[in-house]
Ligand binder design. Structure first.
Ligand code: FAD
Length: 435
């Protein structure tokens, strides 16, 4: 392709989609709290099934500017297709070969595992484009909810209120819905963080480009895990020369001292357990680059060196004690958060949403019955995904703990295991599907 701008993501609404929203065959009214991926999956699926849907999103700005590279699964694409989104070669960058590099840059192990690496915004944009504007209220945060037998009433930051037959909490790991509904279900820090960043392909020196760009690269310094892979570039561009090379580097980090220090800006203000990337102190960026030179293969260290704005995220586990009851449901990261090792966050949000929409259809208008069944199915799946990701990340979590105190169920930290398990196809993870 020789055009100067990337092709627009294709999104064509199924015929029923908009007609249903006009009220042609209403099933009920649903409030969706959170207009990110989980909320948009749910809203589009319910709208197509005849629900009257309103999405409330706290952020006023365009969410497409956030996010970095993500791994994908067939299950994610299937839900996107059902919504009416075309999945073609613009969805991401295909990568087949995985290689693990030693500290001296030599190849330790290689294997083949085809995967499509996409970008958060490449999934978000077509989902958002399909939702009629009248269904989406940006800049409006949920502040309270009241559940009654026949309806649920929500109040918002602008003083407004709305009521509906169903309320869906798709408001992420720090969910307000969950905090009000299940105050004891809170995220638990996993003991490590992920430094992340995307290097533009055009900024890669030719030798580095030739070695890394076609491959999914791994580095396994003592107790740490580095992954780096090609992703769509700016504007979700997948054309050669316009892509990016994304890295995710997991490092054990003490929560009360080091993490707080990392989240403290140049003015001495600590932002909690996360900080906006531009506020990360320059000396911390210099320090992570120096550590990269010390412990990683030179090729991968160069990616960290050349990335303009590395940032980090703390890693958490979250298991909600309930995800559906009465007239309230949770989905996506509001319900369960697994460590990113199996790369299932976005796919799980899509699977939660389609399970909820299908379950509501099957229950023929009995919302509490549909949510009770949803709760059983999605809590089982969510718990299994969390458990699996804990197993994969256990070695990083317990690295600074005496071996005698390690739990028995930790994945062996060999290149063979790591390269096979990271982002593995969900269908191949037996534990997710057992009875
Ligand atoms: C290091 C790292 C790597 C990852 N890699 C992958 C990967 O490779 N593949 C993958 O699938 N996933 C990955 N994930 C996870 C993925 O990003 C999420 O799991 C996924 O986006 C789920 O989205 P969600 O809509 O449930 O929540 P979120 O995307 O967190 O959205 C919640 C939304 O709710 C809004 N909100 C919050 N409170 C309120 C309120 N009170 N009122 C109204 N709105 C509100 C927020 O503004 C936000 O827009 C990764 C995560 C991390 C940390």
């Amino acid at each position: 392709m020789t055009t100067s701008s990337p092709p627009e993501p294709a999104a064509s609404a199924p015929a029923a989609h908009d007609a249903a929203a006009q009220g042609g065959r209403r099933k009920g009214r649903a409030l969706v709290i959170g207009g990110s991926l989980g909320g948009l999956f749910a809203a589009n699926l319910l709208l197509a099934r005849g629900w009257d849907v309103r999405v409330y999103e706290r952020a006023a700005d365009d969410l497409a500017t956030r996010g970095a590279g993500i791994g994908t699964h067939h299950e994610l694409f299937n839900v996107m297709r059902e919504i009416g989104i075309t999945i073609d070669e613009t969805i991401g960058v295909a990568v087949n070969r995985r290689m693990c590099l030693a500290r001296d840059g030599s190849l330790v192990y290689e294997t083949t595992l085809p995967q499509t690496m996409s970008a958060w915004a490449r999934i978000y944009r077509p989902l958002k484009a399909l939702l009629p504007d009248r269904c989406y209220r940006p800049g409006t945060a949920l502040t309270g909810l009241q559940e009654h037998t026949d309806r649920v009433v929500a109040t918002f930051s602008d003083g407004s209120r709305d009521e509906a037959d169903l309320l869906i909490g798709a408001d992420g790991i720090r969910s307000t819905v969950r905090a009000q509904w299940l105050p004891a279900s809170v995220p638990v820090y996993a003991g490590y963080i992920a430094w992340r960043g995307v290097l533009e392909e055009s900024a890669m020196p030719p030798a580095l480009h030739a070695q890394l760009m076609p491959n999914y690269s791994f580095g396994l310094p003592e107790g740490e895990m580095m992954l780096a892979y090609p992703v769509p570039g700016r504007g979700e561009d997948v054309r050669p020369g316009h892509r990016g090379y994304n890295f995710v580097w997991y490092r054990p980090t003490d929560q009360h001292t080091t993490l707080r220090d990392l989240c403290t800006d140049a003015g001495g203000h600590c932002h909690g357990e996360s900080i906006a990337p531009p506020l990360i102190r320059p000396e911390l960026i210099s320090a992570i680059r120096a550590t990269a030179r010390e412990v990683l293969a030179p090729q991968i260290a160069q990616v960290v060196e050349l990335t303009t704005q590395p940032f980090f995220q703390a890693i958490y586990d979250l298991e909600s004690s309930c995800v559906g009851r009465g007239r309230v449901a949770l989905l996506g990261d509001a319900a369960f958060v697994a460590r990113p090792h199996i790369g299932a966050g976005v796919s799980k949000a899509a699977l939660d949403a389609i399970d909820l929409a299908n379950g509501l259809d099957a229950a023929g208008g009995d919302i509490p019955a549909a949510l009770a069944a949803y709760d059983v199915r999605r809590r089982r799946f969510g718990a299994r995904v969390v458990e699996r990701s804990r197993w994969v990340g256990g070695y990083i979590q317990y690295h600074n703990t005496p071996r005698a105190q390690w739990p028995g169920n930790i994945m062996p930290f060999s290149p063979e295991h790591v390269l096979r398990e990271i982002g593995a196809p969900l269908a191949q993870i037996r534990e997710l599907h057992a009875g």
